[in-house]
Every structure is written in structure tokens, then in C-alpha cells.
Design a protein around this ligand. Structure first.
Ligand SMILES: [Zn+2]
Length: 396
């Protein structure tokens, strides 16, 4: 059982795909439960109710074992929440907002709104979580010893015993020095401080992360061979998850570094071909779709950006209506928060694209359409930079 703080794209995308609901708010951070979380709560409860508790305290009813299993499982996730809250507390204290914590199948994730700008901050935020888990480990260990001396065998001391073990395991697992685990972040902060090179630090620690992930996958297959089906599958899933998180975390750091200091106006396609809202669909097809062969056009009125029109907007409409309908009748508008400004940072533009799932966004200045930025524009800019070997030094 583990958890990790992943500010890469993967955990948020996994939790977004499968859906979550908000449970409550603590200190202004909303706590979300992802639906996949229920799977692991039941699995943990089941494994404790069928294995651990009957072994520790024999002779009770299965209802009691299941009750204890669920209790332990819920308290365990409260401990995970405490771990994430510690990261979040330190992050907020360092001036980096944390809007949300999500509990999901692989533990918890604190959605830290941006990467720390210096190694010291990264170190503090990363350390807070394992520190909390270590404190809980000590606390439950103390309670286990205390209750163990009072009663020879008791469910309550068995409960404290298992909570001590899992918190210890969470602390140790997260201290493995592979990015994006907490230990990997600690090591990354250290190398970053020593070398001043965040890319290099991320590269080294994400390689360690990948080796660790592949090790887990092998261990998982080994467990499958000896008949530990659920434990083996679990390790394999975690291994794959961590491997991908290490890869995407490194790519994001590279991307962020390469784009830092670049403005939207430097990489956008200026003066895009746009269509007037008043033309008919016939004209649109003849003069735009056939002529320029783009699948989507921005729509303007006196240069003012209104929305966009795509092939999908018209292809289901009967051809005899194309003459009567105007572009304004079929186009889609776009929420203004998705408009880009020429002076905006390219990093921010890219994150708007990722968040909205759109590959192209309009660049608008004083309501006028001045350009279009596509994901392809960003990628080819990065490609050219890489080909020329240009790296802007990081200034922190
Ligand atoms: Zn953590």
C-alpha cells in the first residue's frame, strides 16, 4: 500500500477520467474521493478480515473481522489524508496554493497548483508527507505496545499493530529516491541545489524512479508465479503507474523549462484566416473549407473574435439549407477564460490547452483576433529549439 504526490499529468488525468466527488473542505482545500478509491478500501478490508485479524485474534465471528477490516481500512486512508494534508500545509505556507486533494486507487494526491520555484521549497514540501507518516507510525506503534501489555490478544491492539505497519510502509515507500515519489523529490531538490540544473536533477531522479517501477513490476510477476494473484497484480499496476508518472513528470519539467520566458505572441500563427459571421454556409464551404483545407476557422465580426466554426457544425445539415444559414447560426462560442493574450506566458497557454482538451486557442487583444496558437505551434517551436541546442538558463 502506498501513496504518492504526483503533480505530473497522470494522476489528475486518471482521476478525471474515472470521476470523483467532493467529500468536504478542510482549511480551504477540498477533499475529493475518486470512485476507484472504493475498490481499494474494500480490497484492504477484505485482506485484513480474511487474513490478518483471524490470525492475530482467532475465534471471533466473520462479522467482527469484517468490521475491524473496514475500520482499519478507513483509518488507514485518514492517515493517507494526513500525509497529503502535510504536503499541502507546507505548500500553502510557501505561497503555493493547493485547491484539492484526491484520494484514489493508488492512495492520495495533493494537487499542488505549480512546481516549487526553488530547491528549498521543494525539499520542505516533499519532506512533510513522509514525516507525518513516520509520526503516525510512532503513535500507533506506541499504542500497540501499550495495549499489547494490557491484553494478551485483543482486536484493538491488532488494529494499532496493523496501522503502525502500514504507516511505516507508507513512510518508507515514499522515501524511495525515485521521482515522482517524495524521496525522489528530496533527492531532486538536493541535486538541483548542488548543480543549479533542474532538468538534470529531474532526469536523474526519474531514471531512478523508472528502475524502481520496473523492479516492482518484476516482483509482481514473481508473486503471480508463486500464487499471490492479488498482491502480484497490485505491484504490477503500481509499477506501471509509477513508470508512466516518472516519464510524464520528466517531460513536463523539460517542457516547462524550455517554454519559460516565451510569450504567446512569439510562437502563435499571426493573422489567421478567419471567416465573417455574416457569410452563408455555401460561401464558407466554397471559399474556406475547399480552398484552405483547415478543419476549423475562427469567426469574426469587424475583426472582433466571436467563436469558431468547424466541418462538424455543417456536415449534418441538409445541403439545400446551406444557402439560407449563416456562419453565425451554426458556430460555437468559446468561454473568454480560454482566450489567450499575446503577452501571456506560453507555459500558461499550454496548460489552458491541456485543461480544456483543445488543440487550438484564439489569441485575442482588446477583443480583436490577432492570432491562433495550436499545440502543433508549441511543439514545433520546442523542436526547433532542441534542434538548435538552445537552452535558456534558468534564473532562480
Ligand atoms: Zn507524499
Amino acid at each position: 500500500m502506498e501513496k504518492q504526490k504526483i503533480s505530473g499529468a497522470l494522476a489528475p488525468s486518471l482521476t478525471a477520467r474515472t470521476g470523483s466527488f467532493k467529500l468536504l473542505s478542510i482549511f480551504g482545500i477540498s477533499i475529493h474521493i475518486n470512485y476507484t478509491w472504493f475498490i481499494v478500501v474494500v480490497l484492504v478490508a477484505w485482506s485484513l478480515a480474511s487474513g490478518y485479524f483471524p490470525q492475530q485474534v482467532p475465534g471471533r465471528s466473520s462479522l467482527i473481522y469484517w468490521g475491524m477490516g473496514f475500520l482499519a481500512s478507513i483509518v488507514f486512508f485518514l492517515c493517507i489524508l494526513a500525509h497529503e494534508m502535510s504536503h499541502s500545509y507546507m505548500s500553502k505556507k510557501s505561497g503555493i496554493p493547493v485547491p484539492r486533494i484526491t484520494l484514489f486507487v493508488f492512495g492520495g494526491v495533493a494537487h499542488i497548483s505549480r512546481e516549487p520555484g526553488d530547491p528549498g521549497t521543494e525539499f520542505k514540501i516533499a519532506l512533510a508527507g513522509p514525516l507525518m507518516s513516520a509520526i503516525l507510525w510512532g503513535l500507533f506503534f506506541g499504542l500497540w505496545v501499550l495495549f499489547g501489555t494490557i491484553y494478551e490478544t485483543s482486536l484493538i491492539s491488532a488494529l494499532f499493530g496493523i496501522l503502525a505497519v502500514v504507516n511505516g510502509a507508507v513512510a518508507i515507500f515514499n522515501l524511495v529516491p525515485g521521482f515522482p515519489l517524495d524521496g525522489g523529490r528530496l533527492l531532486r531538490a538536493y541535486i538541483w541545489k548542488k548543480t543549479g540544473n533542474l532538468n538534470k536533477a529531474t532526469f536523474i531522479t526519474s531514471q531512478v524512479g523508472k528502475v524502481f517501477a520496473i523492479g516492482l513490476i518484476f516482483l509482481g510477476f514473481f508473486q503471480l508465479l508463486v500464487g499471490e494473484i492479488i498482491g502480484g497484480m497490485w505491484l504490477i499496476f503500481i509499477g506501471f503507474f509509477l513508470e508512466q508518472a516518472a516519464t510524464s513528470g520528466y517531460q513536463q519539467t523539460l517542457l516547462r523549462e524550455s517554454l519559460t520566458g516565451t510569450k504567446v505572441k512569439e510562437i502563435m500563427s499571426p493573422d489567421p484566416i478567419s471567416v465573417n459571421e455574416s457569410i452563408s454556409l455555401n460561401e464558407l464551404v466554397e471559399n474556406f473549407f475547399f480552398k484552405h483545407r483547415f478543419a476549423s476557422y475562427p469567426v469574426v465580426k469587424d475583426g472582433k473574435f466571436l467563436g469558431y466554426v468547424t466541418l462538424n457544425h455543417i456536415k449534418h445539415l441538409p445541403r439545400e439549407r446551406w444557402d439560407k444559414l449563416r456562419v453565425a447560426d451554426v458556430m460555437n462560442t468559446l468561454p473568454p477564460e480560454l482566450f489567450l493574450h499575446p503577452e501571456e506566458e506560453a507555459v500558461e497557454a499550454l496548460s489552458k490547452m491541456v485543461r480544456s482538451g483543445r488543440g487550438r486557442l484564439p489569441v485575442v487583444d482588446k477583443e480583436k483576433l490577432v492570432g491562433i496558437l495550436t499545440r502543433k505551434d508549441v511543439m514545433s517551436f520546442l523542436q526547433i529549439k532542441t534542434d538548435l541546442g538552445i537552452h535558456k538558463p534558468r534564473t532562480t
